[in-house]
Design a protein around this ligand. Structure first.
Ligand SMILES: [Zn+2]
Length: 190
């Protein structure tokens, strides 16, 4: 009897825990380098945080990973990799060797491309190509590769916010260093 009650309790707890869980986020960092940059962006840049939160997890899943981009001179890339029902799966790849602030700004740039794909409701590669032919310009020397002014602006905005946060942190550290040390009470025993 005790065993049965215990089992019921465990199942009930399990359901309660599932009900309490939040839906998985739309933007998912897939490896340590991506996690580090996405966390840095969320904490240090309001524009990065707003971009991440702009995606509806019911319609778009954006996987962010570090890896070789394979487009000469390019630090990041965004691809529509699949659709299932009303979901679209977008993959962002960013160069793992970039310093943290740059990696974070490049992810913001690529998130803006994901935003552009999501806003246009493009679900096939051909629709994505038509979209970027309309709103962007082809990248010289690369096949099926485009750039948009919106993504450049988004990346630069996040870059400036990250630099401003770093400057504030350095100023705070300097200010703390100039605060005089509290006097140390010395007790002398004679
Ligand atoms: Zn771009």
């Amino acid at each position: 009897m005790k065993a049965t009650c215990a089992l019921v309790l465990v199942v009930s707890l399990g359901i309660a825990e599932l009900r309490g869980q939040e839906a998985p986020p739309a933007v998912r960092a897939m490896d340590a380098g991506a996690v580090e940059a996405c966390n840095h962006g969320r904490v240090s840049s309001t524009s990065f945080r707003a971009l991440v939160e702009s995606f509806d997890p019911e319609h778009v899943v954006v996987h962010v990973e570090t890896g070789v981009v394979r487009i000469f001179g390019t630090a990041g890339a965004t691809r529509l990799v699949g659709t299932a029902g009303h979901w679209r799966y977008v993959r962002i790849t960013v160069d793992p060797d970039l310093p943290l602030d740059e990696r974070t700004a490049v992810i913001a740039h690529e998130l803006q491309h994901a935003r552009e794909i999501a806003d246009a409701a493009a679900v096939t590669q051909n629709q994505v190509r038509q979209l970027f032919e309309r709103i962007g310009r082809p990248v010289q020397g690369a096949v099926d590769t485009y750039e948009t002014a919106g993504a450049i602006t988004a990346g630069m905005r996040v870059w400036r916010e990250l630099r401003a946060t770093a400057a504030r942190t350095r100023a705070m550290a300097r200010a703390l260093k100039t605060v005089p040390e509290p006097p140390i009470a010395v007790v002398r025993v004679q």
